[in-house]
Design a protein around this ligand. Structure first.
Ligand code: PLP
Length: 487
């Protein structure tokens, strides 16, 4: 008899699988370490992990211990002192949905692998397009993250430009002879995946022009106009403009409406990177900050940030679905053209991937469970927490607030006393030391030439008092680090 544990129909298998799933949920719910991290170095972790991954015979009794080791040496994303990245504590409803998603194991590439999942994904995406304010011609696809969504935006932009301006099919013929003249404009605070995409698209990172920002790190429309004039005088072509709705460091939101008008006049595609700020769609308090995004040609929104979904969960939306034609190919075994004629949707045609997860179910599950009002209050609460942190930092003499929070990030600096160590060195040391002591996982970034600290608030359950205690801990650590390394 074959007794391995599939979620099959055999009664014995079912029992074993159920038990293991129960234990998994118990471990992740109950065994979080007390600290945000235990502080082990890569070398110590390598030793702990060992190098034997496939024993000659299985040891089912080791599995739970293995998981405990993993949990105990992970970043506790639910801990109030975990504030480094756009890295959220996932909703338990979504974690439960993950079990259903994985057990069903539908694959989104073809209807005959994912019948109802295909319909759910399509309808959810079109509903989201309507929430954005797109026309009925809009559509989208689920992606693995903002990086892939930004890449798709610039891919479709590149192909549309070559098709419309040069009657050239990049899909068939690759880069057009004049592709070296193409340029992508984005702000100085835009995400590095703009360059990464440009390099992967055969345009090279030199194709990206960074446009100046104002003192709130938002793209300056006047600087964008100047940049476009410069391009014109150098015989270069603005293929796309990337506006950011929520920059990773500052949460700054570019003036999308104004940028859209400039893009239209320049004949450039407008991609809006709302990986972070897209959540404001569902906050009546802040929805207005996204005014103008409905003018985008394409849009990235991450559900694994301010929607509290487990990674991966992200979408790429396009204002006019016809642009997906540029990446469509048919495989006889998967999505033959006859399916299209018969109205059978095979979502492989709109994705960069083939096998793909049913991530839409996580989103639907948590939306169903929370409802609109609760979701809005979670977003607002998280932003309010960042504002509170900024207020406390402003009145703490050892700290300097670098920028008012615009979403849920707070960028600041520890200011050394005259006798204390070099400021850049000290700020880096504070973060490192708190991490390795397992006390806090805080972020860092450079602003100009200055090394800064950063909170990325992602947990609406964190209290004001907890964030105050974290700030006090940073001040203490700054003093201790200074004493250890006097200037
Ligand atoms: C997080 C982020 C990205 C990258 O998204 P991933 O989901 O990590 O791939 C891109 N742009 C912005 C503005 C982001 O905040």
């Amino acid at each position: 008899m074959y007794d391995s544990d599939f979620l099959s129909n055999a009664e014995s298998s079912k029992q074993a699988s159920r038990q293991l799933i129960g234990q998994a949920l118990q471990i992740v719910c109950d065994s979080w370490p007390e600290n945000p991290y235990r502080g082990k170095t890569p070398a110590a972790l390598a030793e702990l992990v060992g190098s034997d991954f496939l024993p000659p015979v299985g040891h089912p009794e080791h599995v739970v211990d293995l998981w405990r080791t993993i949990v105990g040496n992970s970043i506790a994303v639910t801990h109030p002192n975990t504030v480094a990245h756009l890295h959220c504590p996932p909703l338990l409803a979504s974690v439960a949905a993950e079990v259903v998603i994985s057990a069903l194991n539908q694959s989104m590439d073809s209807f005959d692998q994912a019948p109802i999942a295909t319909v759910v994904e399509q309808k959810l995406l079109r509903w989201l397009c309507a929430e954005v304010g797109f026309r009925a011609s809009a559509d989208g696809t689920f992606t693995t993250g903002g990086s892939q969504s930004n890449y798709m935006g610039l891919l479709l932009a590149r192909d549309a430009f070559m098709r419309e301006k040069w009657n050239w099919s990049a899909q068939k013929a690759g880069l057009a002879p004049h592709a070296r003249r193409l340029r992508i404009l984005c702000s100085e605070a835009a995400h590095f995946t703009v360059e990464k995409s440009a390099s992967q698209l055969g345009l090279g990172t030199d194709a990206v022009m960074r446009v100046a920002v104002d003192d709130h790190f938002r793209m300056k429309p006047s600087a964008l106009k100047n940049a476009l004039e410069t391009l014109g005088s150098e015989d270069l072509l603005p293929m796309a403009i990337v506006a950011t709705a929520g920059t990773t460091d500052f949460g700054s939101i570019d003036p999308t409406g104004e940028i859209a008008a400039i893009a239209r006049e320049a004949g450039a595609w407008l991609h809006v990177d709302a990986a972070y700020g897209g959540a404001l769609l569902f906050s009546p308090t802040y929805r207005d900050k996204l005014r103008g995004i409905e003018a985008a040609d394409s849009l990235s929104i991450d559900f694994h940030k301010l929607f509290w979904q487990p990674v991966p969960c992200s979408v790429f939306l396009v204002g006019d679905a016809c642009h997906f034609e540029a990446i469509k190919l048919h495989a006889d075994y998967l999505n033959p053209e006859v399916n299209q004629d018969e109205g059978i949707p095979d979502l492989v045609t709109t994705s960069l991937l083939t096998s793909r997860r049913f991530d839409a179910l996580k989103v639907w599950t948590s939306f169903e469970l929370l409802g609109r009002e609760k979701l809005a209050s979670m977003i607002d609460r998280t932003i309010a927490l960042a504002h509170h942190a900024a207020e406390v930092i402003r009145r703490t003499s050892q700290l300097e607030l670098v920028c008012e929070p615009q979403l849920s990030t707070v960028v600041f600096r520890y200011i050394p006393q005259p006798t204390e160590a070099d400021a850049d060195h000290l700020n880096a040391a504070i973060r490192r030391s708190l991490f390795h002591q397992g006390l806090a996982v805080i972020g860092h970034t450079r602003v100009g030439s200055r090394q800064c600290l950063k909170f990325t608030c992602m947990n609406p359950a964190t209290t004001r008092q907890q964030i105050e205690e974290l700030i006090a801990m940073i001040v203490t650590e700054g003093r201790n680090s200074s004493a250890a390394n006097p200037g």
